[in-house]
Design a protein around this ligand. Structure first.
Ligand code: AMP
Ligand code: GLY
Length: 414
């Protein structure tokens, strides 16, 4: 079997390695890939969606697995193009991926299908936004489009809200677009992953990510500074509530609305005092949650995704370990405002944990930084305590100039 994995980060490396370990020993191809992914996968030479599809056809790719969201909504959409070319794709069509690409689309979907979520108003300009906030702080402002994780501002007061509104509507930092003014919710967050195959679904191992840069959930929002995954993160009663009130109605809603969905669907939830509420959908696996979850997966991910992409639901092919997995991210100097490339990474050989490369490059001198998030260092153990102790100890063996790492991943919010 030949599988093409689309993307280039730590999430995609974790997917590539887990797919490659499937019993049928598939041949893995990748686009655009990274030097680290190319240790396991063969690159597809393409310069856009059209040529990518042509190359996949020429190579006889049996399954395309979408890692990164951007390809799902670019141009005609990765899945749409795959379908037109007769290539099974694990990842939703462009229409369905609006659940992630447009916050307003997602909010309308949630409200239409009675799925618990924060109240929100969509606005088109600065004054309408201030009117919708109505002097109620904290408030949450969400730009209605893909903004690389930077389009959401939780504003404690009017000054913070006005700063963000100025960026959105006057400086047009994210381009043209509307904005959601959303009710501020409180409670622990949890990332739930569904593998959706038309009207059927499997809930995978839950995870929690750490979005702020610094210990104690301080500092700016990032793409994620670490994650913890375990089936024990949510007990049976909570999982049942999440399934009954959120996952099942979402899958039914997609069917009712004529939005075909085959692929991973990520539910970002807030466990509020009134019960779990959706804060966002993502039409792909989380990053860095994927790096934490994949090492717990047992069975045949390649077979599961291939069957699912063809509309055949085979949940019996995969399962998850009972233990814990902890992922610590090492980020480069300046992240998240900027990033620093070319810093030599030390200690990789001494590190006994699994290492996924988020943003690195291989040079004659060794691996160097090449992006904001650089490495995901992941350890598993039967208990939370053993997994987090091991992950932090192994992560401490690796460094580079200016490296940033949180020391409270899997300790805080547990
Ligand atoms: P999002 O990109 O929608 O996941 O938002 C990024 C982060 O903002 C989330 O992980 C939450 O920590 C926070 N956030 C989003 N929506 C809300 C909300 N309604 N209330 C409080 N915090 C929120
Ligand atoms: N971990 C957050 C995300 O993947 O969007």
């Amino acid at each position: 079997m030949k599988i093409a994995v689309i993307g280039k980060g730590g999430r995609e490396q974790a997917l590539v390695e887990t797919l490659a370990a499937s019993p049928c020993k598939p041949e893995i191809y990748t686009f655009p890939g990274s030097d680290a992914i190319l240790q396991t996968a063969t690159p597809i030479q393409a310069d856009g969606l059209g040529s990518l599809i042509e190359q996949m056809k020429a190579l006889g790719i049996d399954l395309c697995v979408a890692g990164e969201e951007s390809y799902l909504v670019k141009g005609e959409g990765l899945a749409n193009c795959c379908h037109a070319a007769g290539i099974p794709c694990w990842g939703p069509t462009k229409q369905s991926a609006q659940l992630e690409a447009s916050k307003e689309f997602a909010k309308d979907f949630l409200v239409r299908h009675n799925i618990p979520t924060g109240k929100a108003t969509a606005v088109a300009d600065y004054d309408a936004a201030l009117a919708a906030i109505g002097g109620q702080y904290p408030t949450v402002l969400k730009f209605d489009g893909l903004a690389a994780g930077k389009g959401v501002a939780v504003c404690a007061d009017a000054a913070a809200a006005e700063d963000f509104l100025r960026e959105v509507f006057l400086e047009k930092r994210f381009g043209e677009g509307r904005l959601l003014v959303e009710e501020f919710l409180t409670g622990p967050e949890i990332s739930i992953f569904g593998a959706i195959c038309d009207d059927k679904y499997l809930i995978l191992c839950p995870a929690r990510d750490y979005k702020r840069l610094q210990d104690g959930d301080e500092g700016p929002n990032t793409g994620g500074m670490g994650a913890v995954a375990s089936r024990q993160l949510a007990d049976a009663a909570l999982l049942k509530t999440i399934e009954d009130t959120i996952v099942a109605p979402t899958v039914a809603g997609l069917q009712q609305d004529g939005l075909p969905y085959r692929g991973f669907l990520y539910f970002g939830l807030m466990l509020t005092p009134q019960g779990p509420k959706v804060i966002e959908y993502n039409c792909r696996f989380g990053d860095p949650e994927c790096e934490a979850v994949m090492p717990l997966l047992r069975g045949d991910l390649a077979g599961f995704c291939l069957n699912g992409a063809k509309g055949v639901f085979t949940p019996e092919l995969i399962s998850f370990d009972d233990g814990w997995s902890v992922c610590c991210i090492l980020a480069s100097a300046g992240y998240p405002a900027s990033s620093h490339s070319g810093d030599l990474i030390r200690g990789l050989d001494a590190c006994g944990a699994r290492v996924f490369h988020c943003g690195t490059k291989k040079t004659d001198a060794g691996w160097v930084t090449n992006g904001g998030r650089v490495l995901a260092i992941v350890a598993q153990a039967p208990t939370l305590d053993a997994a987090r102790t091991l992950a932090h100890a192994e992560a401490a063996k690796v460094d580079f100039d200016g490296s940033q790492r949180r020391s409270d991943i899997a300790y805080k919010n547990m």
